[in-house]
Design a protein around this ligand. Structure first.
Ligand code: SF4
Ligand code: SF4
Length: 157
């Protein structure tokens, strides 16, 4: 994994821990099919870097044979496309898709420093230091109606 991804992931995990706010996944699938190609695959905690490692995974879990190597990422990880994606971009084996597909996108992708595809209908919504600060500032400012009520009561006393 590249240094940039590692640092981004580390920052996101640290921020979530400090603010005690998990990232939220919002939106819905727009059926663009982009997540069925340019895929990185993990075996346990390791990302696949070699064809031999991929072959070992396929021997253990033959359903992974649906993926075909299409190249390498900048950081040297194997990049895959799924052979079960139809010409219209949709899954031709929807009911037997893998947990990898069913669970996409996962929070772990976010905490590993990853991003969603540009056309994905989902997005990550994280609480940032700035947004929390703004929320606290807003909460500290009394509502106009509350000030008016207090003033009216004071004058009546
Ligand atoms: S099995 Fe279906 S959902 Fe999963 S990557 Fe392949 S085409 Fe996409
Ligand atoms: S990239 Fe996002 S919107 Fe497109 S098919 Fe995958 S989950 Fe759905």
């Amino acid at each position: 994994m590249s240094l940039r991804l590692r640092l981004t992931g580390w920052f996101r995990r640290a921020r979530a821990l400090i603010l005690r706010r998990e990232v939220e996944i919002i939106g819905q699938c727009a059926l663009c099919g982009d997540c069925c190609h340019d895929i990185l695959i993990q075996d346990g905690r390791s990302w696949l870097k070699s064809r031999r490692a991929f072959e070992r995974l396929c021997e253990r879990e033959p359903e992974y044979r649906r993926f075909a190597v299409t190249g390498r990422s900048e950081s040297g990880l194997l990049v895959f496309a799924c052979t079960l994606q139809g010409g219209d971009g949709l899954c031709t084996s929807y009911d037997s898709r893998l947990p990898l597909c069913r669970n996409y996108p996962t929070r772990s992708l976010y905490y590993l420093g990853g991003w969603l595809k540009p056309d994905c209908g989902y997005s990550f919504k994280a609480t940032t230091f700035r947004s929390l600060l703004m929320r606290r500032k807003r909460a500290a400012i009394p509502k106009f109606s509350e000030v008016l009520r207090r003033e009216t009561e004071r004058k009546q006393d």
